[in-house]
Write a protein that binds this ligand. Sequence first.
Ligand SMILES: NC(=O)c1ccc[n+]([C@@H]2O[C@H](COP(=O)([O-])OP(=O)(O)OC[C@H]3O[C@@H](n4cnc5c(N)ncnc54)[C@H](O)[C@@H]3O)[C@@H](O)[C@H]2O)c1
Length: 370
Amino acid sequence: MSIINKAAAIGGGVIGAGWVARLLLNGIDVSIFDPDPEASRKVSEVMKGARRAYKQMVPGGLPKEGKLTFAKTIAEAVVDADFIQESVPERLDLKHKVLAEIDAHAPANAIVGSSTSGIKPTDMQVAMKKHPERLVVGHPFNPVYLLPLVEIVGGDQTFPEAIEVAKEIYASIGMKPVVIRKEIEAFVGDRLLEAAWREALWLIKDGICTVEELDDIMRYGFGLRWAQMGMFQVYRVAGGEAGMRHFMAQFGPCLKWPWTKLMDVPEFNDELVDLIATQSDDQAHGLSIRELEKIRDDNLVAIMDALSKQNKGKGWGAGALHKDYTKQLAKLAAKKPTASKAAEKAKASKPVKKAEKPAKGGKAKKSKKG
Ligand SMILES: NC(=O)c1ccc[n+]([C@@H]2O[C@H](COP(=O)([O-])OP(=O)(O)OC[C@H]3O[C@@H](n4cnc5c(N)ncnc54)[C@H](O)[C@@H]3O)[C@@H](O)[C@H]2O)c1
């Protein structure tokens, strides 16, 4: 059961709409602000896809959806929200402007999560004059309504209690929160993706492979391993009976060989963009983005579903969480409570209250984090 009474989404693009979908499908009311006149249409497209995916996950019927309201201002969207997720474009000046406005109008004990892909929370919370201690980065992965991971990062002024509450909030909507131990630009997921992306750009630019061949190398090979065991556990197994130590002894020397161009960045000019975009068009074989999204969602549900049956039926990795999440949704659907009743009950219990501590404390303390 969710511990959120009412949520607000600021920004309803690819990521904001994904948050809206996850929240609504968990029965939570959401108020959204996005100045784009097309926002409502775009959100409803994402909702269509998300409903379709959730119907596959919970065939017995979905929980009663939360109510979506389009607000005319940020103030109107956040005024009675106890959880706010900011998903505006990745520009520090815009994040400052939007977070200052959220902070000025949101209830003091509301948790504010930012979807930023890589801006440090310390650099964002300086714009929050009232309660910077309740800002956390809650970095999701697209599609937000299906992929469970959310990286949580606190800044210098973030209270440890805010991180704890954020963890509970994200977990309550079926996510896997991972708290990043030290604040760093691009956190962990995007650091890994950036490294792979840089290398991939060189491989295409130098004509070593096409975008389709590169994607095949991932999806027919190590991509399948990554989805279920990650990097280190896969390498542990690859070390044979001697495990990780043997693996490192064998492949350690490669670190000195010219196996990566990571420190060097290809010039991101029109020629490279054209090369990649043209190859990517060929690879799509005429499928639209929406059609590709459907294929992606079906595949993700199928992969998580398959993993949920592994490990003697207990589920493995993302599959174990998927098993619990689909059960939670089915239980919620069976009860069919109104979102507000459910939330009232949860509110009377605990976590969001904890956030009052940092908020009421007034002066921000330095978090325990680095
Ligand atoms: N796209 C991804 O894969 C991805 C993944 C994780 C995190 N993120 C992060 O999520 C955030 C949003 O990215 P996106 O991909 O959804 O971008 P997007 O361009 O699809 O959406 C941004 C939305 O914000 C709206 N917006 C602009 N100014 C606004 C304002 N003042 N108030 C409210 N809304 C405003 C825009 O109209 C647009 O709908 C960024 O910080 C990005 O780094 C993106």
